[in-house]
Design a protein around this ligand. Structure first.
Ligand SMILES: [Ca+2]
Ligand SMILES: [Ca+2]
Ligand SMILES: [Ca+2]
Length: 543
């Protein structure tokens, strides 16, 4: 009996300590969110997209309260008491003060609150020039900034940050501590999966496995349309191996009934969030008269998806793909010309949203995501050019989009659904920049803390992205989340940039400097940083 009582006592202490560990609820909107709400009113919008942390175990009560206010729940994760919902503008304040609600934010996007001023100088782009390189007369040369001309001298002894953290020596003496068996989620967009460095990982037994284990997006078409989600609204029935859709007759992969739609490579939204496609997914340069449309066919019974990547109006010559996370295979637009240094092709992974009748072509076209992933995960393999810090690790890539909700749901899906053990953020500081309280009560921060409590992943985040004393993304206030700052060594500056600097070690702006809103010091770790890494294979001058 005494033993039982003792156990109960310990249980009680544990329970009390976990209750008190919960950051206090924030039953008000900070002025960043109030400003967003005022702007939504001024724009005449009827409702706003909210991200909500409910009080522990009270997610359902909050969902009901949202319904009572006339709102719509779009995403609900009871494991961490998180909800995304559209709520009428006039109901937001009432919801915020509801006793079952822990904290609420408007799911802002980076572009809305922080657009450039109308008269801000801009970099010239290719459209400002004629084919012979003459600046168009329509462009005022006084309003553009000319970028510095980069040397074309080859870097023969490039610097790798592996040196500064002695990773090479560490791997020499601990050859199996190379990330094998570990799943790393990168919270960014989808990287280029055709790069030679992103082909191979290693399982715990040392056997080669595919590098990219998970490839998808957390983006909701209704909230962020960047062209990847296709509405599969039309139906066709193939008989005798063919069917007609629109003005064309197509060769079917088999007889039967399918959903069909056309993917448009020149959609305006296709370049959102760091895409580098230049409205040309098949890299043919868009010659005059070329079609910009690609048929997409979906057999709902088997979930096979065919994309007419070569535009020959036949699906019979295409490999049947399905949701990448069920059968990990990439499709490819375009064909590489072996005589050119860049790759004239772009890969995509399929994602299926059964209930919504949507297919996503998750294109491996995000330049920033491609840039950062290699530093951690690159694997020289048989054709790669360098190793990252953890060449054995496997990648989980759930594209986050540009809004607060995606930055919550991408890590949530990566951890809960795909078993991510390490999560690293390449978050948009725009989401947190105006939350000056920096007290760990921004909704994403609250949810990260709950993810850590429940699933025990390692979550790493840049502390901030700007050179400001006290600059801090609230995210790193989540208890257990590791805030990272970057530094560059004197040697790195010289070898990679040809710049001689005074000090041996130099802090980067990416990383922030304490103190935090609650008095804590961040960052927790200062890490060597450099962009000797992977880059998009289909853009000149990158790979
Ligand atoms: Ca094209
Ligand atoms: Ca075809
Ligand atoms: Ca080529």
């Amino acid at each position: 009996m005494r033993h039982v009582l003792l156990s109960l006592g310990i249980l009680l202490i544990l329970t009390v300590s976990s209750l008190t560990a919960q950051v206090p609820r924030r039953s008000f909107l900070f002025k960043d969110a109030r400003g967003e709400l005022a702007q939504a009113r001024a724009r005449g919008e009827m409702d706003v997209l909210l991200v909500i942390a409910s009080m522990p175990d009270q997610n359902e009560q909050v969902a009901q309260a949202i319904a009572g206010l006339g709102g719509t729940v779009q995403f609900q994760a009871d494991e961490v008491d998180y909800i995304r919902a559209r709520v009428p503008v006039d109901g937001v304040e009432e919801l915020v003060s509801h006793s079952a609600v822990h904290s609420v934010d408007i799911s802002i996007t980076g572009s809305r609150a922080f657009g450039m001023a109308a008269d801000a100088p801009v970099l010239p782009n290719s459209e400002d020039f004629s084919a012979s390189g003459i600046l168009s007369e329509a462009v005022n040369p006084d309003t553009i900034i000319w970028p510095p001309v980069l040397s074309d001298y080859p870097i023969t002894n490039r610097y790798s940050p592996l040196f500064d953290i002695r990773a090479s020596e560490f791997l020499d003496s601990n050859p199996t501590y190379d990330g094998r068996g570990v799943k790393i989620a990168m919270i960014d967009m989808n990287p280029d999966p055709l790069l030679p460095e992103l082909q191979v990982a290693t399982d715990l037994d040392g056997q080669p496995i595919r590098k990219i284990g998970v490839y998808g997006t957390a983006q909701d078409l209704e909230e962020e349309d960047d062209g990847r989600w296709i509405r599969m609204e039309d139906m066709v029935t193939a008989a005798d191996g063919q069917f007609t859709y629109g003005d064309n007759t197509y060769v079917a992969p088999k007889d039967g009934t399918f959903r069909i739609a056309l993917f448009h490579e020149a959609r305006d939204s296709l370049a959102t969030f760091g895409g580098s496609l230049e409205n040309d997914v098949n890299r043919d340069g868009n010659p005059e008269g070329s079609s910009r449309l690609f048929g997409v066919l979906w057999d709902e019974e088997t979930d096979d998806v065919w994309v007419d990547t070569n535009q020959d109006l036949s699906f019979a010559d295409q490999t049947a793909l399905t949701d990448y996370n069920d059968r990990p295979e990439f499709g490819v637009f375009g064909t590489d010309d072996p005589d050119t240094p860049i790759r004239e092709s772009v890969a995509f992974g399929i994602q299926i949203a059964q209930e919504k009748k949507l297919i996503a072509l998750n294109l491996g076209s995000a330049s920033h995501a491609t840039l950062v992933v290699g530093a951690a995960l690159a694997n020289r393999g048989s054709e790669g050019r360098f190793d990252g810090v953890a060449p054995g690790a496997q990648l989980i890539s759930i594209a986050e989009g540009g809004s607060a909700y995606g930055q919550i749901e991408s890590p949530l899906i990566s951890i809960r659904d795909h078993g991510a053990e390490v999560v690293y953020f390449e978050q948009s500081s725009n989401i947190t920049r105006n939350y000056l309280l920096r007290d760990g009560r921004l909704v994403p921060t609250v949810i990260y803390e709950r993810l850590i409590d429940r699933y025990d992943p390692v979550i790493l985040s840049p502390t901030h992205n700007y050179p400001i004393l006290g600059g801090i993304d609230d995210f790193v206030m989540a208890r257990g989340l590791i805030g990272i700052n970057g530094h560059e060594s004197k040697e790195n500056f010289f070898i990679n940039h040809g710049v001689r600097v005074e000090h041996d070690d130099n802090l980067l702006i990416t990383g922030g400097y304490g103190p935090m809103g609650n008095g804590a010091l961040k960052p927790d770790v200062i890490s060597p940083s450099n962009y000797v890494s992977t880059a998009l294979g289909f853009i000149e001058g990158r790979a």
